[in-house]
Design a protein around this ligand. Structure first.
Ligand SMILES: [Zn+2]
Length: 283
């Protein structure tokens, strides 16, 4: 398996802490390839991809997760959707020119929304206002509020090389013995803090973990591959057109065609008058 585009979960056998390391490159390149995002937007989306993968792996069931940022800054909306198969897609909507590249200069005042939709069961949504000046601190605040489990996140991106990439690590207390867990957590975080962005981005995940935790007993689980999967299709567009109703379709037939663009992958689906008439005959 390639070293990038995978998520590796691990567990400290003698400490009440679990962890994950994620690296994305190819899937990120696929996500970005049909968009003309400025560099700060690419960096934020890349962080959001790494973070969503890490969050997806904290799910204890099959389902989807959506991590969204909403604000009054240049970025009105940024979201990455993922699922338990580590299939991810992302989108950014702009509303004005970028005037700075820090997290809050991009988003402004706003919220982080995390929506968890199990394949079976109740949907859960957590919302927190943006306070800090990074996605990392925002997500740590989300974990403190929603799971009440101390969680440390590291997110790094690199767009200097030919290939775009992002890497992240998550450390989280296990809800067993709070006192022991707190000490264990402080210990592994102190070790993890010594890893540089360059190391996390360039070293194989196993090697990063060995450098940090070679004096610990660390159990590694099987790495899970990460893919960019949009999920759009001509069939889904056709279903959406039919749902518009006969009158609305008639207007598009009069215009000669209807174009639907997918905002995740930028594919445009064109339906000409003949095809629209055909869809309209479903009524
Ligand atoms: Zn698409």
């Amino acid at each position: 398996m390639s070293q990038s585009d995978q998520l590796l979960r691990f567990l400290f056998r003698e400490r009440d802490v679990r962890g994950e390391v994620v690296k994305v490159a190819e899937s990120l390149a696929h996500m970005l390839q049909n968009h003309d995002y400025p560099l700060p937007i690419k960096q934020l989306l890349a962080e959001l991809v790494a973070a969503t993968s890490l969050l997806t792996a904290t799910l204890k069931f099959e389902g989807d997760i959506a991590v969204q940022l909403q604000g009054d800054g240049p970025i009105r909306f940024a979201a990455v959707n993922g699922n338990h198969r580590q299939e991810l897609r992302g989108v950014v909507r702009m509303q004005k020119e970028i005037s700075g590249d820090s997290f809050r200069e991009l988003i402004g005042e706003g919220y982080l929304l995390v929506t968890i939709t199990p394949t079976q069961g109740e949907r859960y949504q957590g919302i927190i206002p943006l306070t800090g000046d990074s996605l990392t601190t925002t997500l740590e605040a989300y974990f403190a509020q929603s799971e009440q489990l101390p969680t440390r996140l590291y997110l790094h991106t690199d767009f200097s090389a030919e290939q775009s990439q992002a890497a992240g690590m998550l450390l989280q207390v296990l809800p067993v013995d709070p006192e022991k867990a707190r000490e264990d957590f402080q210990h592994v975080v102190a070790l993890a803090d010594t890893l540089t962005a360059h190391e996390l981005l360039t070293l194989p995940a196993e090697e990063s973990l060995f450098r940090l935790f070679h004096q610990e007993v660390v159990e590694l689980f099987e790495a899970q591959p990460i893919r960019f999967v949009c999920g759009c299709s001509r069939e889904k567009c056709a279903t959406a057109i039919v749902s518009l109703g006969k009158n609305a379709i008639a207007e598009h037939i009069a215009e000669g065609k209807l174009e639907i663009s997918c905002e995740y992958c930028n594919t445009t689906y064109v339906f000409d008058a003949e095809q629209l008439t055909e869809l309209s005959s479903n009524f």
